[in-house]
Design a protein around this ligand. Structure first.
Ligand code: NAD
Length: 355
C-alpha cells in the first residue's frame, strides 16, 4: 500500500508500541493516522503529539469490543488500513485476572475484524485491493524453547499463559477471516520490546526506576530465562514495512537477534545506571535479589526473523547494548514522564518482574 494520502487506523496507539508506531508514521510517512484507544491503565497520551500539533493525527477514545462505535469510526474516516495493536499485554496481570484478556484480545479482535470486513466489502474494487489489516502479535504464542532452536513462522502454537493463549486465539481469528472471507490480512509475531515510553510495570523500566531509587531489584527464579530483545523503534519500522510491502495472508516474525538472560538485562541496567547516576551506597548489582518464579514461566524465546530480513529487507538498527544504553539514558532524562504515572498509581500484585 502507499502511505501518501492514506488513512491508517492504529488501535492501541496510546500504548507502548502503538505510540511508537504513531510517532513513526507521522514522522516518516505522509499517512493520516487515527489512533483508536480505550485508554486503559497502560495508555498514556503524553507519549503522543496532541491532535492540534499534527494535521495528520486524530485521537478517538473507543473500545475495540464495541462494534457500533467502530462502525461509526469506519464510516467517518474511511481508512485504507488497520494496524491492530489494542490489547491487554501484561502476562502477570493475565495470571491474576484473565477476563479482560479474553475480552479485549479475543472478543475485541473478533469485533474489529467484523467491522473491518463490513467496511472492506463496501470499498471500490481498487481500494479493496489496496486495503490491509495488520494484526500485531507476540512470539509468546509459540510457547517455550529449550537451549537450542528459534521460532519460525511455521512453529506450532503452544501458548502457556492466559495472555499468550488470548493472543494465539486472536491470531487464529485473523487467519480465519483471511481464509474464509478473503479479508487482506497480515500477522506479525514479535519478541520482547523495550525502549522509551515503556510502562513502568515491565521488566526494563521497572528495574531502571527501582535502581535509580536504590530499591531491591527482584528477579524471578534463577534469572536464566532468556528473551530476545527488540528496540521498540525497530519494531515500529518493521510494522510499517510489513504494511507497505508484506504479502497478504502471510505472517512475519520480528526479532532483534538479541537473546539475553533476565539476569544479564538487570546487571546491564545496574552498570549503566552506575555510570550515568552513581549511587552513594555503591554498585547497584548488590540490589539484585532472586524471588519465587512466576507460574508457567517460559524458559526461552528466540525469533528467527530471516523471512522479514530477506523478503522485505528489514534489519534491526539497534543491538541490545546500544538500545539499552539509549533506554536507560531516556528514563534518567525524562523522569516527569514516568513519575506522573507512578503518582497516578497503578495496581498489580506481581509487578514488573518480567514481560
Ligand atoms: P500496551 O499495554 O502498552 O498498550 C496497549 C494499548 O491498548 C493501551 O494504550 C490500551 O489503552 C489499549 N487498549 C487496551 N484494551 C483496549 C480496548 N479494548 N480497546 C481499545 N484500546 C485498548 O501494549 P504494547 O506493549 O504496546 O503491545 C501492543 C501490541 O503488541 C499488543 O497486541 C501486544 O500483544 C503486542 N506485542 C507486545 C510486545 C511487547 O514486548 N510489549 C511484544 C510483541 C507483541
Amino acid at each position: 500500500m502507499r502511505f501518501k494520502g492514506s488513512t491508517i487506523f492504529v488501535t492501541g496507539g496510546a500504548g507502548f508500541i502503538g505510540s511508537a508506531v504513531v510517532r513513526h508514521l507521522l514522522r516518516d510517512t505522509h499517512a493520516r493516522v487515527v489512533n483508536i484507544d480505550k485508554l486503559t491503565y497502560a495508555a498514556n497520551l503524553a507519549s503522543l503529539p496532541g491532535s492540534s500539533e499534527s494535521l495528520n493525527y486524530t485521537f478517538e477514545k473507543a473500545c475495540i469490543c464495541e462494534g457500533q462505535v467502530l462502525r461509526r469510526l469506519f464510516e467517518k474516516y474511511q481508512p485504507d488500513a488497520v494496524m491492530n495493536l489494542a490489547a491487554e499485554s501484561h502476562v502477570d496481570r493475565s495470571i491474576d485476572g484473565p477476563g479482560e484478556f479474553i475480552q479485549t484480545n479475543i472478543v475485541g479482535t473478533f469485533t474489529i475484524l467484523q467491522e473491518t470486513l463490513r467496511h472492506w466489502r463496501a470499498l471500490s474494487p481498487e481500494k479493496r485491493d489496496a486495503f490491509r489489516f495488520l494484526h500485531i502479535s507476540t512470539d509468546e504464542v509459540f510457547g517455550s524453547l529449550g537451549d537450542e532452536g528459534l521460532f519460525t513462522e511455521t512453529t506450532a502454537y503452544a501458548p502457556n499463559s492466559p495472555y499468550s493463549a488470548s493472543k494465539a486465539s486472536s491470531d487464529h481469528l485473523v487467519r480465519a477471516w483471511r481464509e474464509t472471507y478473503d479479508l487482506p490480512t497480515l500477522v506479525t509475531n514479535c519478541s520482547n520490546n523495550y525502549g522509551p515510553y515503556h510502562f513502568p510495570e515491565k521488566l526494563i523500566p521497572h528495574m531502571i526506576i527501582k535502581g535509580l531509587a536504590g530499591e531491591p531489584l527482584p528477579v524471578y527464579g534463577d534469572g536464566q530465562n532468556v528473551r530476545d530483545w527488540l528496540f521498540v523503534e525497530d519494531h515500529a519500522k518493521a510494522l510499517t514495512l510489513v504494511l507497505e510491502r508484506g504479502e497478504v495472508g502471510e505472517t512475519y516474525n520480528v526479532g532483534g537477534r538479541n537473546e539475553r538472560t533476565n539476569l544479564h538485562v538487570v546487571e546491564s541496567i545496574c552498570d549503566l545506571l552506575d555510570d550515568v547516576a552513581p549511587a552513594a551506597a555503591g554498585p547497584r548489582r548488590q540490589l539484585i535479589n532472586f524471588v519465587a518464579d512466576r507460574p508457567g514461566h517460559d524458559r526461552r524465546y528466540a525469533i528467527d526473523a530471516t523471512k522479514l530480513e530477506t523478503e522485505l529487507g528489514w534489519r534491526a538498527e539497534e543491538n541490545f547494548e546500544t538500545g539499552i544504553a539509549k533506554t536507560v539514558r531516556w528514563y534518567v532524562d525524562e523522569q516527569p514522564w514516568w513519575r506522573a504515572i507512578l503518582e497516578r498509581g497503578y495496581k498489580v500484585e506481581r509487578v514488573g518482574l518480567n514481560q
